[in-house]
Design a protein around this ligand. Structure first.
Ligand code: ZN
Length: 348
């Protein structure tokens, strides 16, 4: 008799970052400085990674991550490990056309002398047999947080970063990572560039990978600069419409996006029909905990445009700036909401 097991429907995951324990970094703060040093910091990050994993497991999350416990910020920490960028030489630039920030300068060829996150990924792999997802910054989002005094071309710099990301991704794959995700909030802003060379750079970053790949495109963390920007976007957020057609044609396996409480018209998902979709069913810009029924209702809407075997319930974005208890409660809601829909699908 043939025996086969079906993969669990609607595997849940998070977009990436989760709050850090208060003994490791100041809570509810982006770019929060570390509270430990040297060997204590190394140990502390590993302990935090274990706690974050346990929180995800106890909340019923199916595809787990490191909760980005070893990084201060999803873009800067990666860049800090590269050569060619001078962190002392700072310039003020406009990030994603939204807010001014003092950023480091590209002063020479960018290169990766040694792996950035590979040891962390191996450590996570040792802790669990569940599927693991690892987030990296996307090439376009990386160039947008730097002042370039060397290449003098956004496209060229992004291409160089794509090659570096590809080296890192291949080593993460070898370390046992199941899904490698590139965070590209910049895809929601620079539509012409995304279509001209942004997606090509993303495909360079995933070139030759055998594991699954994802791109996360969102409206950002729940920080003031982002919520102010969202107020200017009008009653319908149609940004995805500009980049989905080309993404649908790309080699990327999974597209992770923001849905719950956002003004994204859900029918835009039709434009990426055939792709796996990580549907954001948890609002990271609100301190209200979603009810399981609210999560279920977002997933139900998404199911009109995404086949059930391609739908991955997720959070809208990272939850690093949220209180820890709140983030955990939101993860529980995500699992409970996914469970409601799993039951409906089985009955249907
Ligand atoms: Zn995000």
């Amino acid at each position: 008799m043939a025996v086969f097991t079906m993969a669990k429907l609607l595997p849940t995951s998070t977009s990436g970052s989760l709050p850090k324990p208060s003994w490791l970094a100041q809570p509810e703060t982006l770019w929060s400085p570390w509270k430990l040093q040297d060997e204590e910091l190394i140990q502390g990050k590993q302990d935090a990674l274990r706690l974050s994993l346990q929180d995800q497991q106890q909340s019923g999350i199916d595809i787990v991550s490191d909760g980005e416990q070893t990084r201060q910020h999803f873009v800067t920490t990666f860049i800090e490990h590269l050569d060619g960028v001078d962190f002392e030489k700072r310039k003020t630039v406009r990030i994603r056309n939204r807010y001014d920030a003092s950023v480091p300068t590209v002063v020479g060829p960018v290169t990766r002398q040694k792996p950035v996150f590979v040891e962390d990924a191996k450590f996570l792999r040792q802790q669990t047999k569940q599927k693991i997802k690892w987030a990296l910054p996307g090439p376009m989002t990386m160039i947008d947080t730097l002042y370039d005094d060397h290449y003098k071309s956004r496209e060229k710099l992004a291409w160089e970063f794509a090659k570096i990301l590809n080296q890192e991704a291949k080593e993460l794959e070898a370390a046992g990572v199941d899904i490698i995700q590139f965070d590209e909030p910049a895809f929601n802003v620079f539509f012409d560039e995304v279509n001209d060379w942004g997606i090509a750079c993303l495909e360079r970053a995933i070139d030759g990978l055998k594991c699954e790949t994802a791109v996360h495109i969102c409206y950002g963390y729940g920080i003031k600069a982002n919520t102010d920007w969202k107020k200017t976007l009008g009653s319908e957020w149609r940004q995805y419409e500009a980049v989905f057609p080309k993404l649908q044609q790309s080699n990327i396996d999974i597209i992770s996006l923001e849905c719950h409480n956002s003004r994204v018209p859900i029918e835009l998902l039709e434009l990426i029909r055939g792709k796996k979709v990580m549907v954001g069913a948890i609002d990271v810009a609100s301190e209200t905990i979603e009810t399981p029924e609210e999560v279920a209702s977002t997933l139900r809407e998404a199911l009109k445009f995404v086949d059930a075997d391609k739908l991955y319930p997720c959070t809208n974005c990272g939850m690093a700036p949220l209180p820890r208890k709140l983030a955990t409660a939101k993860l529980h809601a995500l699992s409970a909401g996914a469970n409601i829909i799993r039951k409906e699908l089985q009955l249907g």
